[in-house]
Design a protein around this ligand. Structure first.
Ligand code: FES
Ligand SMILES: [Fe+2]
Length: 346
């Protein structure tokens, strides 16, 4: 798990007023709740008295009342009422306080900042879906899928070009239409980017929807820590973008959250179709990754020595780089070359 980043805890619509919502991020159970002003709060999902999850608490105004002995906690985690001592605040604050975590809503997701002593507070806002450069309005759709797979494997799949024609055949690229690609990568502060100009869009229904004439497009693909894939397509004035996030829930479970936005044909009620397509694509990833987990469990180890596996290697090196950065290790070098060309067939 990589601390010091914003992670998606769930969809904003899932956190309803008056109903505490249980989430888990980086092995940490959390309770989210929405207060009277509509603001979401995140607390550790554990009552400090005898440990009952506060996601089973009753929300009273802007506070949570534990379902076991009725201790009441504010959104800042303070215990302000203990019925057994006459509805007064707990005398031994702060040990009776619940830990709170920074929360923001962005693009219809609730993001929680998972820090540690080296990086207790966020220094940037949560990641956001890329928007059109001309400022035009986008419509968007979202989808999520959980998988019984370790987070590393889930993140690998966000930047694994070679699986696309096999696992997602007919969606992004047909296997029979594979051609040799040459991609130039540049470095981002905690990731890497590749821009392809004048690429001919593949003849699959996703790209036909994006551009009926299948013109040439400029695409920008970024990967950034902790595990986010951004993609932008520009075809004349048409713009579409994707943000695909892999989130560590526990050591054995991960979730994919994807947002898609587009600035054309906004009057069409296409959201349900986009969501259905995303559900299928995420289901394809889930199925193959759960199989990978099975096989890997028999005997660890991977062969990551092809050019198409370079991104997975960079990801592992970037994680170490980030941890060294936080630990204040001197003279560490960014693992991604300033400019590198990689070739593969997809
Ligand atoms: S366990 Fe929560 S009040 Fe006792
Ligand atoms: Fe995939």
């Amino acid at each position: 798990m990589l601390e010091g980043f914003w992670y998606i805890a769930g969809e904003s619509v899932a956190v309803r007023a008056g109903q505490p919502f249980a989430a888990v991020l980086c092995n940490q159970p959390l309770v989210l709740f929405r207060d009277g002003q509509g603001r979401v709060h995140a607390l550790e999902d554990r009552c400090p008295h005898k440990g009952v999850p506060l996601s089973s608490a009753r929300q009273e105004g802007d506070s949570l009342r534990c379902s076991f002995h009725g201790w009441r906690f504010t959104s800042s985690g303070e215990c302000v009422e203990v019925p057994a001592i006459g509805n007064v605040a707990h005398p031994s604050s702060p040990s009776a306080c619940v830990k709170t975590l920074p929360v923001e809503e962005q693009d219809g997701w609730v993001w929680v900042y998972m820090g540690n002593d080296l990086c207790p507070k966020p220094t940037t806002p949560p990641p956001a879906l890329p928007v059109p450069p001309d400022g035009s309005r986008m419509v968007s759709a979202r989808q999520s899928a959980e998988a019984k797979v370790r987070w590393d494997f889930a993140v690998d799949s966000l930047m694994d070009p070679a699986h696309v024609p096999f696992v997602h055949n007919k969606y992004f690229r047909r296997r029979e239409a594979a051609r040799k690609k040459e991609k130039v990568f540049t470095r981002l502060p905690l990731g890497f980017r590749t821009i392809s100009q004048n690429v001919l869009l593949p003849d699959t229904f996703i790209f036909r929807a994006l551009s009926p004439g299948l013109g040439s497009a400029t695409t920008t693909v970024d990967f950034v820590l902790p595990g986010i894939h951004f993609e932008r397509w520009e075809i004349g004035k048409r713009f579409a973008s994707v943000m695909l996030v892999a989130t560590p829930l526990t050591d054995e479970r991960s979730r994919f959250d994807v947002s898609v936005g587009w600035n054309f044909l906004r009057q069409l009620p296409a959201g349900w179709l986009v969501r259905r397509t995303l559900r299928t694509i995420l289901g394809q990833d889930r199925e193959i990754l759960e199989l990978q987990e099975q096989g890997f469990g028999l005997k660890g180890g991977m062969l990551l020595n092809l050019e198409s596996d370079t991104l997975a290697v960079w990801y592992r090196q970037l994680k170490k780089y980030r941890l060294d950065q936080l630990a204040g290790v001197p003279n560490i070098a960014h693992p991604v070359p300033e400019r590198a060309t990689l070739r593969w067939m997809t």
